[in-house]
Design a protein around this ligand. Structure first.
Ligand code: FHN
Length: 435
């Protein structure tokens, strides 16, 4: 008992401190609520981890993992010259994949700004031979092609001297053992102001890194207010691995469906906010040239479907190469997911998690009086679902409209599945409910 109490007290104090620090009086604006609905309808986004770390082909944590000092890491910037970067191609690929939004790293843990920042020279304009603002190029293209752009922003910073006291990571960067935490937060707010001022309408800010210093005062109230004041519709989410704090507009999970924690750091508490889960195509976020453990298109479609059945969006990551191209293994899979969505998107876009909780065989999604039963693992002969309190008017296969025989029995619904009709990824049965 004593041990338990000793563990919980600081945690409670921490939760209280953060709660107080967050935007407690936040009332989302009309635009923000509309943006949340749009987000929930969108269902699928492309995550992009791109920075000067891509040059080393060893993921975005390479600076920390190889214990590279900041002064050495800085040398990398002079080689970053992504002459083959074509924003039109990236946005067209995201659209071909069926994605409705893109979330790109504006600054990752190495602190390097992939945009033109006036509050530091540790950015793509001042330090690289490329000298072009890739976020501006991408933002313009997104606006042109009608896809929303979100900015990932790492609150954790392995390069900035004022990120002090240090957190759990970034100890080998060779920075002086002093710094002004509030000055760092001012710097962060100034960069966020730039991102929300110079790039047109922004879908939202995707924070990451608070977990590095869980007991610090992150001045969330001030930062969240700044964002909502500048762009009320911009959605704030934070990958702090905890239930959402006041001022946040969506809840995110990393490599786990909502409510699960196979990754080891996700909270299992699922809030009423819009939900999103992100994952990689291989096992790396930033470009990793030896990581060939690519997930199959079937696995990616299944994750998208399971996310939708859990009422969540899927944010699928690519880590572009240092020349600005997206590697072919990713392109192929994204196009295949897009093909699938083209035929089956009706059962994904604009839906919410269905009336039956996710099951090992599959999930349900719903829009109005239509329920989509996604059978991911085809059973033999019939599928028994728990009754969900609505009468069924008609049941048919989404693919060709052919009727599905069913029986409504006390407490259950039995679907008779025609043999040999299982589809490669997901067999979708449409249940039209009696209004
Ligand atoms: O440390 C980061 C990691 O590099 C990557 O950005 C992922 C994406 O969700 N988030 C962090 C770990 O939680």
């Amino acid at each position: 008992m004593l041990v338990r109490r000793r563990c919980w007290l600081p945690l409670l104090a921490f939760a209280f401190a953060l709660d107080v620090a967050a935007q407690t009086d936040y009332r989302p604006s009309r635009e923000n609520l509309a943006a949340r609905r749009w987000f929930q309808d969108a269902k699928f986004g492309i995550f992009i981890h791109w920075g000067i770390y891509s040059l080393l082909g060893d993921g975005e944590w390479v600076m920390n993992n190889r214990r590279i000092r900041a002064q050495d890491y800085e040398k990398l910037a002079q080689f970053f010259n992504p002459t083959e970067f074509d924003p039109h191609e990236w946005v067209a690929l995201a659209k071909a994949a069926g994605a409705r939004y893109i979330t790109i790293t504006s600054k990752h843990h190495d602190g390097f700004a992939m945009f033109d920042s006036q509050v530091t020279d540790w950015d793509i304009i001042d330090r690289t031979p490329y000298k072009r603002d890739v976020l501006k190029m991408l933002a313009d293209e997104c606006h042109k092609q009608g896809i929303k752009l979100f900015f990932y922003y790492s609150q954790l910073d392995w390069h900035h001297p004022d990120y002090y006291p240090r957190g759990a990571t970034g100890h080998d960067a060779g920075r002086p053992s002093q710094g002004d935490w509030n000055r760092y937060l001012d710097f962060m707010d100034a960069q966020l102001r730039e991102l929300l001022t110079n790039y047109g309408a922004v879908g939202g800010i995707w924070f990451d890194g608070m977990w590095d210093k869980p007991d610090a005062d992150w001045r969330l109230a001030r930062t969240y207010k700044l964002i909502h004041d500048l762009q009320p519709q911009a959605l704030i989410g934070s990958n702090h691995h905890r239930p959402p704090f006041p001022g946040e507009d969506f809840q995110m999970f990393e490599k786990d469906l909502p409510g699960r924690n196979t990754a080891g750091f996700n909270t299992t508490e699922v809030s009423a906010l819009p939900l999103e889960t992100c994952d990689t195509i291989n096992n790396s976020w930033g470009y990793n040239f030896t990581d060939n453990r690519f997930k199959s298109t079937r696995a990616l479609v299944h994750y998208l479907v399971r996310a939708a059945g859990s009422n969540a969006n899927f944010l699928l990551n690519v880590g572009p190469m240092p020349n600005g191209k997206i590697q072919p293994e990713f392109v192929v899979r994204l196009r295949e997911v897009g093909q699938w969505l083209k035929q089956n998107g009706e059962a994904i876009y604009g839906t919410r998690g269905g009336p039956i909780a996710p099951r090992p065989w599959g999930v349900t999604t719903q829009r109005g009086d239509t329920v989509y039963v996604h059978v991911l693992d085809w059973p033999d002969g019939s599928l028994i679902l728990p009754a969900f309190g609505r009468r069924i008017n008609r049941a048919r296969l989404l693919r060709d409209g052919s009727p599905i025989r069913y029986e409504e029995r006390a407490g259950e619904l039995l679907l008779r599945l025609p043999p040999q009709r299982a589809e490669e990824y997901d067999t979708i049965i449409v249940l039209e409910l009696t209004p």
